[in-house]
Design a protein around this ligand. Structure first.
Ligand code: SF4
Length: 247
């Protein structure tokens, strides 16, 4: 991505691009700030529940079909469309949010509407296109009035997400927002205290970074700077993973 385009996305996030000392503004490229001193705190890996046997061996078409016809929880009664997920099925990054909202329920795609547009801008600021990552949610059906998912709904839907993770085999998971972070990490620690640390998900210990939901960032634009810090940490973790020697 060229520098001016990336700078445009950064400015859309309310972030002033870094400029190397001595560079003319016209030549300016955003550069990564130095890593924070010390190692990010690591927490114990969290192992997700075992996938339902009927889901653990499904391939992509079978899984997509199983979601589309699912009636395992009450949300199937009020949905317009299931929202399976979009993007590359061989992605290095997996973006996991909460649940479909009204726009997503209507269109059958995750992260559309204004929040989706901001997520796209956040990814572009990090040098990623939406089609480069796989985007999905904890729940595949919309909770009425966008209420928080109920534990039994999350439990019913968990095997689908777990199978998606197993099929994508991402090198990094970005948990977007409180509901995603709490369910993936099985904690109720506030998002503000989960940010800035490298967590791990599942038996594969996939590195997991927590950031704010773009819908929250639309309401609290001053927090966009923190979301950018989260993306920089995610980039560092992804780069380190790619450079790590095979064991
Ligand atoms: Fe099935 Fe998940 Fe939709 Fe509930 S939310 S009906 S478990 S696909």
């Amino acid at each position: 991505m060229n520098g001016s385009l990336r700078n445009g996305y950064l400015e859309a996030m309310g972030i002033q691009p870094w400029v190397r000392r001595g560079l003319q503004q016209a030549d300016a490229q955003p550069v990564e700030a130095p890593a924070a001193s010390g190692h990010p705190e690591q927490v114990q890996p969290v192992t997700g529940a075992a996938p339902a046997p009927s889901c653990a061996t499904l391939d992509w078409p079978q899984l997509e079909s199983a979601v589309a016809s699912c009636t395992a929880c009450e949300l199937h009664r009020t949905r317009t469309h299931t929202v399976f997920g979009t993007g590359s099925r061989q992605a290095d990054w997996m973006i996991i949010g909460e649940a479909p909202g009204a726009d997503e329920d209507r269109q059958g795609e995750p992260f559309v509407g204004r929040a989706g547009q901001l997520l796209t801008e956040m990814l572009c600021a990090a040098g990623l296109q939406r089609q480069d990552v796989f985007i999905t949610n904890i729940l595949k059906c919309r909770p009425p009035q966008n209420r928080d998912p109920r534990p039994e709904e999350v439990a019913s839907c968990h095997a689908f997400l777990q199978r998606q993770v197993a099929l994508v085999q991402p090198s990094l998971i970005l948990a977007v927002g409180r509901i995603a972070a709490h369910n993936l990490l099985e904690t109720d620690t506030p998002v503000g205290r989960l940010r800035g640390r490298i967590h791990h998900y599942g038996e594969g210990r996939i590195p997991l970074i927590v950031t704010y939901h773009p819908a929250y960032l639309l309401r609290s634009p001053l927090e966009k700077r923190k979301a950018w810090e989260d993306l920089r940490l995610a980039l560092q973790v992804a780069d380190a993973g790619q450079q790590a020697p095979a064991s």
